[in-house]
Design a protein. Sequence first.
Length: 229
Amino acid sequence: MSNPLQFWLSFNNKAEQFQLPVNPPEIRIESGYNWQTVNINQFGEYSIPGGQVMTRITLSSFFPRDYNPSYCEYENILKPLEYVEKIARWKNSKRPIRLMVTNTWVNYAMTIRNFMFEERAGSPGDIYYTLELQEYKFIKLTPVGPAVSKDTGLKTVIKAAPKPPRPNEKELPKTYTVKSGDSLTKIAQRLRTQGVKNIDAHKIYAANKSVIGKNMNLIKPGQKLIIPQ
């Protein structure tokens, strides 16, 4: 009759797995909360629970060189080094494994924190080991999408308010004195570089027609023109 307690280790969603050939005589399971001690004046020390700690499991056994029905759980056992190499490779991958003990509540995704093994005198070829495991928590990130109304089924997208335009703190010129070689087009270009927006030769002429006269292309040095804002 097979033992109802079977210790299984699996990796990559059971793509690789094996049963321990020899059940550990015992396993140590540590769980609970992080307790913090607080000293309150006139009342002494109080202990309060912190966050729940991850479960830690330690188990020890050996990989036998030869099958022995008195302690082996199955006949087709692997060579001891094959078990060792699998566990070492899983540990180096830095990915979680799963420990499951049949007919118990032990079924955890765990990381291999420490894996120690040795050969002992008197048992040539057998490899004794200790495996220290810590519970692994899977974190699932849920993308946040637009809210959907239960009544209308319409999605509501909340957009950030646009930043207000930065005020132009530079004082803009209000007048311009014509210089030799100027034209209204050149003056408009110069004013745009100084921060006057939407200015062109026609707007300058319209604001200064009484000064310039009927021909917008005939301006004279010394004429004082008003800059339309």
